[in-house]
Design a binder for this molecule. Structure first.
Ligand code: C2E
Ligand code: CA
Ligand code: CA
Ligand code: CA
Length: 269
């Protein structure tokens, strides 16, 4: 980059220039998509040891103008980086809770708990708890039907503040889950103060744990941590019957993955 005058920096590397242009055009598309609500939540079943559905995880997709669905991996990082995750996260909360409300008229689905992914930036906002509380109040749903999935890194970053927020969220009556558990760096010291309901084993450990001894040890360890701290444990990325059977033997409580169902639109599950 070459400085040109006081405030402008021009990039003469055409490659970098192109990346920056693509990024800003992508950002503009995302802003437009938020304004016109071009997003959709898919729902993936979570089951118990009898393979009965107990809840679903809400997973966002972007509906492109050609009807194609774009994966969150392709836009969530940019939303986090740009702050767009705040309005988007608010939309997800509202939409997921509206879905829970809608399911209250369905005998089977009225007991389903919906898990909602919360990004670090969203959680760190001063008004996060208030936003959750207001959304709950406006939909009038039972808070126990909502589970917020928080990542480990979010819990470590500013632990005193995070723990205080977790207490407030628990007081609202929602459940809390630690997503991708085992991929961050929580210490056991820290866990004993952490008042969450559930640990979620990341799919990276579930993928090969049948053949890979260290992955199996990690899975077993997480299940035993859950037991010790009185937290439920759910495994994600369960793709085969063998994985399901072995996880049951290890006394994992809940299961999620393609073996039980892929994420699908609300009217398709
Ligand atoms: P995650 O929270 O770890 O979600 C699990 C991912 O694994 C999902 O990918 C899901 O579709 C996929 N998956 C489920 N079962 C299986 C399986 O059996 N095998 C394999 N290989 N994959 C499986 P997805 O939907 O593409 O979401 C990716 C990530 O995007 C999520 O990872 C989450 O971190 C983020 N994300 C999704 N929706 C939201 C949202 O509403 N808000 C925020 N902040 N992040 C979201
Ligand atoms: Ca998740
Ligand atoms: Ca995640
Ligand atoms: Ca994961």
């Amino acid at each position: 980059a070459k400085s040109d005058g006081r405030n402008t920096i021009r990039f003469f590397d055409p490659h970098i220039q192109k990346i920056m242009e693509e990024k800003s055009s992508m950002l503009q598309q995302l802003r437009d998509a938020i304004d016109s609500e071009q997003f959709v939540l898919f729902y993936q079943p979570q089951v118990d040891a009898n393979a009965n559905v107990t809840g679903v995880e809400a997973l966002i997709r972007l509906k492109a103008t050609n009807g194609e669905l774009i994966s969150p991996m392709q836009f969530i990082p940019l939303c986090e980086e740009s702050g767009l995750i705040i309005p988007l996260g608010d939309w997800v909360l509202k939409e997921a809770m509206a879905q829970v409300k809608y399911w209250q008229n369905d005998v089977e689905k009225s007991t389903w708990r919906v898990s909602i992914n919360v990004s670090t930036k969203q959680f760190e906002r001063e008004d996060f708890v208030e936003t959750v509380q207001k959304t709950l109040a406006s939909t009038q749903i039972n808070p126990s039907l909502i589970c917020l999935e928080l990542t480990e890194s979010l819990l470590i970053r500013d632990s005193a503040k995070a723990l205080a927020k977790i207490r407030e969220l628990k007081m609202l009556g929602v459940s809390l889950s630690v997503d991708d558990f085992g991929t961050g760096y929580s210490s056991l010291q820290y866990l004993k103060h952490l008042n969450v309901d559930e640990l979620k084993i990341d799919q990276s450990f579930v993928r090969d744990f049948i053949l890979n001894r260290s992955d199996a040890l990690i899975v077993e360890t997480i299940i035993s941590i859950g037991k010790s701290f009185n937290m439920e444990v759910i495994a994600e990325g369960v793709e085969t019957k063998e994985q399901f059977e072995l996880l049951k033997e290890m006394e994992c409580h809940y299961f999620q993955g393609y073996f039980f169902g892929k994420p699908a639109a609300f009217d398709a599950i």
